[in-house]
Design a binder for this molecule. Structure first.
Ligand code: PBG
Length: 334
């Protein structure tokens, strides 16, 4: 059957009918808001490359979290800026570490707000890599290998200390092989068999993390992350990464970044039945902010379209620095 019988525009003629046939909807339940926490007091410092995103100290965090709860956002993802860094990232698994303190504070204030802990070492190591490093010199340059199995022990300690502090979900992001299995075993042994793991299963070595590395002060001091994060050219490898996480006991899978990797979201949605998370990363946020500050785009329309695209591609959950804005827009309605 074709034109003139088939007329696609019949179902587009009014807002009511478009609403009725809409296939994908965004709701506030989809969002996770990332937050950066730092030591000190009275701190609310805007990150220069991420307008509208701040470093908060434990006291100023209160007001921010209240706003998030009032908007109905169900979860936050915590990143910490430690006071001291060392070669093994000790502050990542310190009971008095900034993420642990922030977690305790948030859970005391709002027990129903989900705290997702990003479990990684790069914010806490002096070399900025996501694991323990073996360094050596080659042609006068410092080089290094990130040691897989040695790093797993540190990651497990970090995850357990985060769970002890009250984290509801552990989200390991350092891309070491076997990290889900190691963390699952570590959590179970410590009495946290009920705590789910949201694995950064498919995390690409991406230039879109640029602003985050300024925000978290976590740029690698030598080399890059290409020996552990994935090559953006690969997609079959994404299936292998996701499959091993499923076998190791992951409860949720993540694709990161989102915008340039929508095909990967769709593929994982079709191949696996675990809840799927899209991480709308810092560079994706900053590009939109920069263009909208110049008046080149309509921020609300662009962000809504991007987030809808991620859901349409298969994401159930979206980690986004736009969570508060998007929640406000949804509340305001059309
Ligand atoms: C930690 C981590 C990173 C991001 C989330 N967790 C940085 C990285 O891998 O370099 C990036 C988030 C963003 O860009 O918004 N490994």
């Amino acid at each position: 059957m074709s034109f003139p019988i088939v007329r696609h525009r019949r179902l587009r003629q009014s807002a009511a009918i478009r609403g009725m046939v809409r296939e994908t909807v965004l709701t506030v339940d989809d969002f996770i808001q990332p937050i950066f926490v730092a030591h000190g007091s009275g701190i609310k410092n805007e990150i220069s490359s991420m307008p509208g995103v701040y470093h908060f100290s434990l006291d100023t965090l209160e007001e921010e979290v209240k706003e998030i709860v009032d908007l109905g956002i169900p979860a936050v993802l915590l990143f910490g800026i430690p006071e001291t860094k060392d070669s093994v990232g000790s502050s990542a698994f310190d009971e008095e570490g900034i993420v642990q303190q922030a977690t305790r504070k948030i859970k005391a204030l709002y027990p129903d707000l989900l705290v997702v802990a990003d479990t990684c070492l790069c914010e806490f190591t002096d070399h900025g890599h996501c694991g323990m490093v073996h360094t050596f010199e080659r042609d006068g340059h410092v080089c290094g290998d990130v040691l897989n199995d040695e790093s797993l022990d540190l990651l497990v300690r970090t995850a357990v200390s985060q769970a002890k502090a009250g984290a509801d979900i552990i989200a390991p992001s350092n891309m070491m092989d076997g990290f889900v299995q190691a963390i699952r075993a570590g959590l179970d042994e410590a009495g946290f068999s009920h705590i789910p793991i949201m694995s950064y299963s498919v995390k690409y070595a991406s230039a879109f993390y640029g602003p985050f590395r300024e925000a978290a002060d976590s740029a690698p001091q030598f080399g890059d992350r290409k020996t552990y994060q994935m090559d953006p050219a690969n997609v079959r490898e994404a299936l292998r990464e996701a499959e091993s996480d499923v076998l190791e006991g992951a409860d949720m899978l993540m694709v990161k970044p989102a915008l340039a990797f929508m095909d990967v979201l769709r593929l994982l949605r079709d191949q696996f039945d675990l809840p799927l998370v899209a991480y709308n990363v810092s560079g994706e946020y900053s590009m939109v902010k920069a263009a909208s500050e110049r008046g080149w785009i309509n921020e609300r329309a662009i962000v809504t379209e991007m987030l809808l695209g991620m859901k349409r591609a298969g994401a159930d959950i979206i980690i986004t620095y736009f969570a508060k804005d998007a929640a406000r827009w949804l509340r305001e309605g059309k």
